[in-house]
Design a protein around this ligand. Structure first.
Ligand SMILES: *Cc1c(COP(=O)(O)O)cnc(C)c1O
Length: 380
């Protein structure tokens, strides 16, 4: 017997209601039936994004909407800032560079969040028209202070663009209230869908800036997507995924966004307590990340053996390190459709695997520490 448990920061487990919707035959997108589903989805997305802006949907992985943000907001000679603390922050640099734009880059040591005052100072000093950054840096398990970013940029000319792909639905993000101009998201993380949809929500100020952008674009042209939004977009929408998104949004509405975020915070706190009780060290002690916990591999433990044994023996998929952290850390996702029992079982499996690989620990110490956090309902 084999069960698949995705304790990874994307893709994440998909609830049965969502899977059932995915199993229905696709309907045509120029029909009243699809239109009404799309409008319901759009209302739901506004709730999850905490915005009154249109949320544009692309059939693509999350990176597609990142590219859409770049090509719709930037011109070749623009001054832009990327504030990064990991692999996904660096992706903004790669996208911009591939269009010939050389951003100013604020690099923060991996494992730490970006200090808002540093971001603000660099944006002002460099005269940045657009600032690109990340809500939750999935490669390191760090949540950035996006409200702080919006605060330091208030009254300035910079547009703030946030990759919230792994943070949306797991971490508080009040786009309109905080004044975040652009938020980008993807389907296979907190939204509990398979990969294949990306989202972008832009303020009126950002749409105004977008009018003047001169980077080349066709598929990613946001004005064209917005103009034809009511038809499902300019091109064939990912009909099945949108029908399924209607179901996952219903689940989020039923639980309530605040409770969804609270559940993520609790699972994250329990995970941090558990791995430390096992004698492991957090990679990002100040990461405060609701979506993923990153952990140093102990001396002498092979990361690929660990993730392989977790998967093959116990059906628990966790993630290794990315970029310069490959072979140095592993990452436990607690994102999307994950509950307390999923987590406790996975932590129990982790203890058994570590013991088998020769790491000395007492069985149950980590699970117990997690249980204690969960019983307190605490967020330690
Ligand atoms: C998953 C992820 C992405 C993008 O991923 P795709 O593979 O393109 O869907 C971008 N940024 C962050 C922070 C992510 O976690």
């Amino acid at each position: 017997m084999r069960k698949v448990r995705l304790l990874t920061p994307g893709p994440t487990p998909v609830p049965p209601e969502v899977l059932a919707a995915l199993g229905s035959p696709p309907i045509h997108h120029r029909t009243p039936e699809f239109h009404s589903a799309l409008m319901e989805v759009e209302e739901g997305l506004k709730y999850v994004f905490q915005t009154q802006n249109d949320v544009i949907i692309f059939p693509s992985s999350g990176t597609g909407a990142m590219e859409a943000a770049v090509v719709n907001l930037v011109s070749p000679d623009d001054r832009v800032l990327v504030a990064t603390c990991g692999v996904f922050g660096d992706r903004w640099v790669k996208i911009l560079s591939s269009y010939g734009v050389k951003p100013d880059v604020l690099n923060v040591e991996w494992g730490n969040p970006i200090p808002p005052e540093d971001l603000g100072r660099r944006a002002v000093e460099g005269g940045a028209k657009v600032v690109f950054t990340t809500l939750t840096e999935t490669s390191t398990g760090v949540t950035n202070d996006v409200k702080g970013f919006a605060d330091v940029l208030k009254g300035k000319d910079s547009i703030l663009v946030v990759d919230a792909i792994s943070g949306l639905g797991a971490t508080e993000l009040l786009q309109d209230e905080w004044g975040v101009d652009v938020v980008v998201a993807g389907s296979q993380k907190g939204l509990m869908l398979p990969p294949g949809l990306s989202f972008i929500s832009m303020s009126e100020r950002a749409w105004t800036v977008a009018k003047d952008s001169r980077l080349p674009k066709f598929y990613w042209d946001l004005f064209e997507m917005r103009r034809r939004f009511e038809e499902g977009g300019a091109y064939t929408p990912a009909i099945s995924l949108i029908m399924a998104l209607r179901e996952s949004i219903k689940l989020i509405r039923t639980e309530g966004l605040e409770n969804v975020i609270g559940r993520h915070a609790r699972l994250a706190a329990a995970t941090r307590a558990a791995v430390q009780a096992m004698g492991l060290k957090l990679f990002a002690p100040n990461g405060n990340c609701n979506s993923v916990t990153s952990v140093w591999l102990p001396e002498g433990i092979d990361g690929s053996a660990l993730t392989r044994m977790m998967d093959r023996r116990y059906g628990v998929t966790i993630a290794g390190g990315q970029g310069i952290l490959k072979g140095k850390i592993f990452r436990i996702g607690h994102l999307g459709f994950v509950d307390e029992v999923d987590l406790l079982g996975s932590l129990a499996a982790l203890e058994m695997v570590l013991l088998k690989l020769g790491f000395g620990l007492e069985l149950g110490v980590g699970v117990r520490a997690a249980q204690e956090v969960l019983m307190k309902g605490g967020t330690a």
